[in-house]
Write a protein that binds this ligand. Structure first.
Ligand code: SF4
Length: 381
């Protein structure tokens, strides 16, 4: 018979102490769709690419309540988080998950409270936030993401349009926010522009969250895509604080045009037409010396947050040698200590700055490497 100590030890293996009282709302609220048609309930890499279904083969209600979706929710409700990769999810390794009590105060707290109280794994409601990564088309060809300009052919645009009509529109029935886009650019893609116009038509209460390089996001694009009055947040991915570095990390971009558009977005934020304005910086050897100036740029623009992310190998972009050259966060990188010195500046503790792995890096602990989809995966459809 097990001793109480043995039982306690066995239990703590299945239900890690730090996670017992924690909750993650993602599988009850979030869906992210890729160009392959695969649907995920959070960042695909954090669950080792366990998708819950496919928009090209399954109807929306079967995807959202598929066996994998139910397993994700059950793992969180039992406290094991067994479908999540504990070393890759920053909410887990960064100890950032809300408690089962505090999640009830969040904007979707009513839905989460009911899920916890009733142990709900199969859901009558659809996702509340949907992010589209379905079209890789972009006006830029940033080396960390791709080795050439990618624009969807007419036949692919037609296929995406069909999937939008048959799957995505009904999938959005309960959604409060549509995020564009996790791949490609909302304004560099004909398809995404179409999505913005059509959702304004069919789902007038749906809010939009933009993730963009913002080079094409000017007043005309804002009007053409009918964004006034329904844009919740704008996140601009920039990766530089000077024109010289920008021309390398945002190949094809125009820094002065970007600055003008950032002023346009900042004015929208000041007048409260948008509720959040964030700027994003993927840290690499090319740009780490500009991190502090990037925070100052954020302060000047009045952004809500300046987010730093570590570079990972996005196989459509850097090859292995190039990736190792840019992976400044790796302890083996010849300039790693210079990087640690930069991020030890107190400005990185400013509440507006987010960097999930900051404490790990400063404690000389290396975050896990994250595998990203291969070029072939993007060619599948
Ligand atoms: S991997 Fe992280 S974000 Fe994804 S469901 Fe698990 S805890 Fe939530």
């Amino acid at each position: 018979m097990d001793t109480p100590e043995a039982a306690e030890e066995a239990s703590s293996k299945v239900f890690p102490e730090a996670l017992r009282d924690r909750f993650c709302p993602s599988p009850w609220s979030y869906a992210e769709i890729f160009s392959t048609g695969e649907v995920f309930v959070c960042c695909s890499a954090w669950t080792n690419f366990k998708f819950i279904g496919n928009i090209f083969t399954d109807p929306p209600e079967l995807v959202w309540n598929s066996r994998q979706a139910i397993a994700m929710r059950a793992g969180i409700l039992e406290g094991s988080f067994c479908e999540c990769d504990h070393l890759k999810c920053p909410h887990i390794f960064g100890n950032l998950l809300p408690t089962r009590q505090s999640i009830r105060q969040a904007w979707h707290g009513g839905v989460m409270g009911e899920a916890i109280d009733r142990n709900l794994t199969s859901l009558a409601h659809g996702p509340l936030v949907v992010k589209l990564n379905t079209d890789e088309s972009c006006n830029l060809s940033c080396p960390s993401c791709r080795d050439k300009l990618l624009v969807a052919a007419k036949s692919k645009q037609a296929r995406l349009q069909l999937a939008f009509d048959n799957f995505i529109l009904p999938f959005l029935k309960d959604a409060r926010i549509l995020v564009l886009s996790g791949d490609g650019d909302p304004f560099g893609s004909n398809h995404y522009r179409h999505v913005m116009i059509q959702t304004a038509e069919h789902l007038p209460n749906l809010k939009v969250g933009l993730h963009t390089n913002a080079v094409l996001l000017d007043e005309k694009a804002w009007e053409d895509c009918r964004l006034e009055g329904r844009t919740e947040m704008v996140q601009v991915s920039i990766d530089a604080a000077t024109e010289k570095t920008y021309s390398i990390v945002r190949r094809g971009g125009d820094f002065n045009r970007l600055l003008k558009n950032l002023d346009f977005i900042a004015a929208k934020r000041r007048s409260n037409d948008i509720k959040r304005f964030d700027i994003i910086f993927v840290v690499q050897t090319h740009n780490f010396e500009e991190m502090k100036d990037f925070i100052l740029l954020g302060k000047q623009l009045g952004v809500d947050s300046v987010e730093f992310m570590l570079i990972y190998q996005w196989s459509r972009g850097l090859n292995s040698v190039e990736y190792q050259q840019q992976k400044i966060w790796g302890a083996e990188h010849p300039r790693h200590r210079e990087f640690l010195k930069v991020i030890s500046d107190p400005i990185f503790r400013d509440p507006m700055v987010t960097m999930a792995a900051l404490d790990m890096l400063l404690s000389e602990i290396q975050p896990a490497e994250i595998a990203t989809p291969t070029g072939e995966a993007f060619q599948k459809y």
